[in-house]
Design a binder for this molecule. Structure first.
Ligand code: URA
Length: 212
């Protein structure tokens, strides 16, 4: 069972429309990139709905009054390499002051243990609200490994953003990381024998970078 309290599905018609175009195998690299970036930006709007505000005093041409600005913890966007880069690049346009970290992981085929081949994070990660970005939440393995890497470095306030998820991946993250909220644009049917999300959109990295 998926605990839907931990998952936000961004059902906005614009997101759903763009996601359908993203899934289409006839969508080429240029459009795929643009759609993935647009969906990420729209998802960020929802994922950041609970950012704290504080009032500041502003003098308009008419009068002086109090108005809200973002307060509280600063943000960190963490791209899981390589497909997460497209999400980070899009969201940083919306929040130019956010710091961006990168995590590259693979599973050792013999030990099946995660091997970090690249980890570069903001030094003050423990003081930031962290958004982990991976377009495809399939088995959940990479997301869980990335979240553990972040937690080991002190990150506490973590949200995972994925464009598409399989129920298997959501269940795995919920079980392994119960304090991490998940934001997705859709939850698909299942994973196939090769670990692809069905119906899905294929290999996100290959489609973003044209490497198929
Ligand atoms: N990663 C992808 O890029 N696509 C899937 O369907 C599953 C994992």
């Amino acid at each position: 069972m998926i605990d839907l309290d931990m998952v936000t599905v961004v059902k906005h018609p614009l997101v759903q429309h763009k996601l359908t175009l993203l899934r289409d195998e006839n969508t080429g690299v240029k459009d795929f990139r643009q759609l993935a970036a647009e969906i990420s930006t729209l998802m960020a709007y929802e994922a950041m709905r609970d950012l704290e505000l504080e009032n500041v005093t502003v003098k308009t041409p008419i009068t002086t009054s109090e108005f809200p600005v973002l307060s509280g913890k600063k943000l960190a966007l963490i791209a899981i390499l390589r497909a997460g880069l497209i999400m980070a690049d899009a969201i940083v346009q919306l929040i130019p002051a956010a710091k961006v970290g990168h995590i590259g992981l693979y599973r050792d085929p013999e030990t099946l243990k995660p091997v970090e081949y690249y980890v570069k994070l903001p030094q003050d990660i423990s003081e930031r609200r962290v958004f982990v970005l991976d377009p495809m939440l399939a088995t959940g393995g990479s997301a869980i490994d990335a979240i553990r890497t972040l937690q080991a470095r002190g990150a506490q306030n973590i949200k995972l953003m994925s464009i598409l998820a399989a129920p298997e991946g959501i269940r795995a993250v919920e079980e392994a990381c119960p304090d991490v909220d998940i934001v997705v644009a859709a939850i698909d049917s299942h994973l196939n024998d090769h670990g692809y999300i069905v119906p899905g959109l294929g290999d996100a990295g290959d489609r973003i970078y044209g490497t198929k």
